[in-house]
Design a protein around this ligand. Structure first.
Ligand code: EPZ
Length: 429
């Protein structure tokens, strides 16, 4: 529940990057050894991923909130069952990691946010380029290869997941692998740095050509995950939307360039320092147009949050979604709060209104949920958001961090809310 209308003021410390952690945790399987990883965000998806790692036979010790020791010396299974795999998208990284470790993997089809169809044809294309045989039967992906051989793969489109999955399978393959049209997100670079610390030979991460020379063996290492670009961007937009003045700390400003640029276009001051950005809003944001693109373009994972801010901006903005087929489902929830938005295919036309009105709404997915939190913070009156577990999949301690910034936000458990209730996917109703 949020009582809106309060400016956010003060400091917020950003946690480790979810999408880097979800690639690095499976990557520990590529060595028979001990990895000590710091700055892992304390979020649901990480807890789920640790359950899968334990299920495979590795031992996991949690040294503190954000530090884990993962010992993958002995693995007893190569199967990730449906009940675990379907809870998130990143479970499919275990295909690449198990293929890379011992040439076989059996992973049930992944779940994840519902933005329309989320195919994995590019992942399969990559595994087959390394000589693996991949088949999908009753929603289980089986990949196997007697010996992975380095190969070349030119992705038809830029895919973060496929780039990560092929990197995981290729680091131990015999010979050279060349990935072209690779994704360049910060978490791709973070994974490459982690793999190289484990003894791999990955070059070019962060560009669209990644070259991987296979190595015989890899070893455990100590590592610290980069700060989360999208969590940081979410707090920057929340500060801007509420007319606030917030120091967002523990960030890599370079990773935030496209987000800062759009905020400046909306009339917000963004001052950059070594490991923090200072966001100062002066009154109502101005309109701006956004096109989501692969990194270093504007990140699709910041699209819903910006829509919540532009809903109350001066003027009419256009957001076009360049990555996902259907990532405007949350607009329906903003309309319930008085927004004036029209969705035309992969574009949303947002006519700024003077204010939003609090209402009961729900989180459709992780970033849509974050958008509803921002809408609730700026709205007049009270907003209740259902299904906030979807938000907690990717935001560590969001209630604590927002409360410290002056938000009037609290968790309410309505009587019939059974935490174990499984909400059937719409498609399966
Ligand atoms: C990752 O998803 C992120 N998830 C998503 O963030 C993010 O939106 C997305 O990258 C884009 O940045 C994780 O990292 C766990 P893609 P991923 O493969 O890897 C199509 C969040 O909020 N495609 O880059 O699944 C696909 O349909 C989440 O943290 C194929 O056609 O995204 C999409 O249109 C939500 N075939 C486009 O490519 C394939 O084999 C980009 O998808 C793979 C993808």
């Amino acid at each position: 529940m949020i009582h809106g209308g309060k400016r956010l003021v003060g400091n917020v410390d950003i946690s480790g990057a979810k999408n880097a952690a979800l690639a690095i945790i499976p990557a520990t399987l590529l060595a028979k050894g001990l990895c000590r990883v710091e700055n892992i965000p304390d979020i649901r998806d990480v807890r789920l991923m640790m359950d899968i790692i334990r299920h495979l036979g590795a031992s996991v010790r949690r040294l503190n909130t954000n530090t884990y020791e993962i010992d993958t010396t002995s693995i007893t299974s190569h199967t990730v069952p449906d009940a675990m795999a379907r809870k998130m998208r990143a479970s499919y990284y275990f295909i690449g990691a198990l293929l890379g470790r011992s040439g076989r993997a059996e992973v049930a089809m992944p779940g994840g946010c519902n933005f329309g169809v989320r195919p994995i044809d590019q992942h399969i294309k990559g595994f087959e380029a390394l000589g693996a045989r991949v088949k999908t039967e009753n929603a289980v992906i089986t990949a196997s290869s007697r010996e992975l051989l380095g190969g070349s793969v030119y992705f038809d489109l830029v895919s973060v997941g496929a780039t990560i999955n092929v990197m995981l399978a290729a680091v131990r393959a015999k010979g050279m692998t060349i990935i072209e049209n690779a994704a360049k997100e910060p978490h791709i670079v973070d994974l490459a740095n982690f793999l190289n610390l484990m003894g791999a030979d990955v070059r070019g991460a962060g560009t669209d050509v990644i070259k991987i020379r296979g190595v015989e063996s890899m070893h455990g290492c100590d590592y610290s995950i980069i700060p989360d670009q999208i969590e940081a961007g979410t707090y920057m937009v929340a500060a801007a939307a509420t007319g606030g003045d917030v120091w967002v700390r523990n960030v890599i400003p370079k990773h935030l360039d496209s987000i800062s640029a759009k905020l400046v276009e909306s009339g917000i001051d963004v001052e950059e320092y070594d490991d923090s950005v200072h966001v100062i809003a002066h009154g109502r944001p101005l309109k701006c147009n956004i096109k989501t693109m692969p990194h270093p373009g504007f990140p699709t994972d910041m699209q819903p949050q910006f829509a919540a801010m532009l809903a109350i901006a001066e003027g009419t903005s256009i957001i076009s979604e360049g990555i996902w087929d259907n990532r405007f489902r949350y607009v329906e929830q903003l309309l319930r709060m008085g927004a004036s938005i029209q969705v035309e295919g992969k574009a949303a036309i947002i006519e700024g209104v003077p204010f939003l009105k609090g209402a009961p709404v729900r989180a459709d997915d992780l970033r849509a949920g974050a958008a509803m939190v921002i809408a609730g913070l700026v709205a007049r009156g009270t907003t209740t958001i259902e299904d906030i577990h979807l938000i907690e999949r990717g935001y560590e301690n969001i209630l604590g961090k927002l409360t410290a910034l002056g938000a009037d936000i609290s968790r309410i458990q309505d009587e019939d809310d059974d935490p174990n209730r499984v909400i059937p996917m719409v498609s399966s109703l």
